[in-house]
Design a protein around this ligand. Structure first.
Ligand code: SF4
Length: 451
């Protein structure tokens, strides 16, 4: 029998707990996207159909439509980059599974949220924490018949049986890798073990595959994490280059069948730890990694094409596809009316939908630049890399430096840093009006890492 009910912190006012624990959860980026398509069943509450989960995104790409909460921020670990580390002096709180389940249902009924993202610090040990998460999800699904989206954390080091049981109730699970190398993990999060993280991920993957082989279908029986698994990498807390990070992501997609790798730019949490950088990395770095990740997953690129041992980091001024194209000008210009789909996808300014429209349109006629624009192609960028019926849009021949200048000049300014500052200053996910979840005090804004 769990004895956490005895804990004095459980007596804390519910709103106070919410304030503390939603703030502690706010920088975990791995909650986005559902991918579930389960409909409500008779007598249940909620639905996880794609259209039923309207994700709101903050300007820096974080999901704000889920009830994003920690079970507790009372962590026994001491990860240097995390606000919830045991050595940090901050208010602590602990929810019971019953409280979180009740809150989720109440918030859902009031239309505040459309699902739950449940994470936790390591409270006592991974098994104990995982059991609390499992109990929460069980109460929601069994007692309240909550059918909405649930993303639950898998605690590395927890009993695989507990993770498996939770996975049959959740839509998505994630075990966060956090640091892009074992060396950095040992330095900054000494209690975390690479082996335990990968073991949790393998456990989730093998249960997903097992479920697929047995042909579970959502209509007949809830499958194992039907929306798959994801993970998060912290960017800039350790010295790994974009090349290392992107290669890692590529390997993760290949090895663990991940749905997503999320990148979270490090936010300094302490001024006195020599192991950590003083400044946070530019948010544009996080943005470039997301763009590159997209190229890996949908555009047929691999990490070794985008970066190399010699060129280890993305140009902050240029999107990764344009950077690649400018380094491979011998492949251009591409003739729009002849290039195959894979090559069209590699042209800056041509997205997947535009490439599909081009392929379809040109079966009936040759495309001109005017028609190309109507397919959604961003000619401001594509113009340097394509011809239509042998014609260039640019009158003069430009060298790589001039093209780069023109592309950068054509970009709308990225206002991510400003947006993020704004988001920080007003707080995130204000559930009960501005007086309830107050803006975080300076100095305790931080990412939550593994959680
Ligand atoms: S990253 Fe996770 S395990 Fe590490 S201190 Fe933070 S909450 Fe605890």
């Amino acid at each position: 029998m769990l004895d956490y009910f005895q804990h004095g912190l459980l007596l804390m006012d519910l709103y106070k707990k919410l304030e503390i624990l939603s703030r502690s959860a706010k920088y975990d980026a791995s909650c986005a996207s559902s991918g579930s398509s389960r409909k409500n069943d008779l007598g249940g509450i909620g639905t996880a159909v794609k259209s039923g989960i309207c994700h709101s995104w903050s300007d820096d790409g974080r999901c704000i439509s889920l009830f994003k909460i920690l079970l507790t921020n009372m962590c026994t670990y001491d990860c240097a980059y995390c606000i919830n580390r045991v050595s940090n002096d901050l208010p602590r709180a602990l929810f019971t599974p019953e409280e979180i389940a009740e809150l989720t249902v109440q918030l859902y009924r009031r239309n505040y949220i459309e699902g739950l993202f449940l994470s936790s610090a390591i409270y006592r040990n991974p098994d104990y924490t995982m059991e609390l998460i499992f109990r929460t999800v069980t109460i929601l699904r069994k007692k309240y018949r909550f059918n909405g989206y649930i993303h639950a954390k898998a605690m590395p080091g927890a009993d695989p049986v507990l993770i498996r049981k939770t996975g049959f109730l959740a839509d998505r699970m994630s075990a966060n890798i956090e640091l892009p190398s074992e060396k950095s993990l040992t330095l900054l999060a000494p209690q975390k073990k690479k082996g335990a993280i990968f073991k949790a991920m393998i456990n989730i993957k093998s249960n997903i595959l097992d479920c697929r082989e047995r042909d579970y279908s959502p209509g007949r029986e809830r499958g194992f994490v039907p929306a798959g698994q994801s993970t998060q990498l912290v960017i800039g807390a350790s010295p790994e280059s974009d090349y290392t990070i992107l290669n890692l992501s590529e390997a993760l997609y290949r090895s663990f069948s991940l749905k997503r790798v999320y990148y979270s730019a490090y936010v300094p949490v302490t001024a006195s730890d020599a192991r950590l950088p003083v400044a946070e990395p530019p948010l544009r770095r996080e943005h470039r990694l997301y763009q590159a990740d997209w190229l890996l997953r949908f555009y047929g690129f691999n990490a070794g094409e985008l970066l190399s041992e010699k060129n280890q980091n993305f140009d902050p001024e240029l999107d990764p596809k344009s950077q690649w194209a400018l380094s491979n000008m011998y492949l251009f210009p591409v003739e729009i009316n002849k290039a195959d789909y894979a090559m069209l996808l590699r042209v800056p300014g041509i997205g997947m939908r535009s490439a599909q429209r081009i392929m379809k349109s040109r079966t009936v006629r040759s495309l001109t630049f005017d028609e190309l624009q109507r397919t959604g192609v961003v000619l401001k960028r594509a113009r340097f890399f394509v011809t239509c019926n042998g014609k260039h849009l640019e009158k003069e021949e430009l060298d790589v430096v001039s093209i780069k200048e023109r592309i950068i000049g054509n970009h709308a300014p990225l206002l991510l840093t400003a947006a993020r500052n704004k988001e920080r200053s007003i707080g995130q996910l204000d559930l009960f009006g501005s007086n309830f979840l107050t803006a975080p005090e300076p100095g305790i804004i931080a990412i939550t890492g593994e959680l």
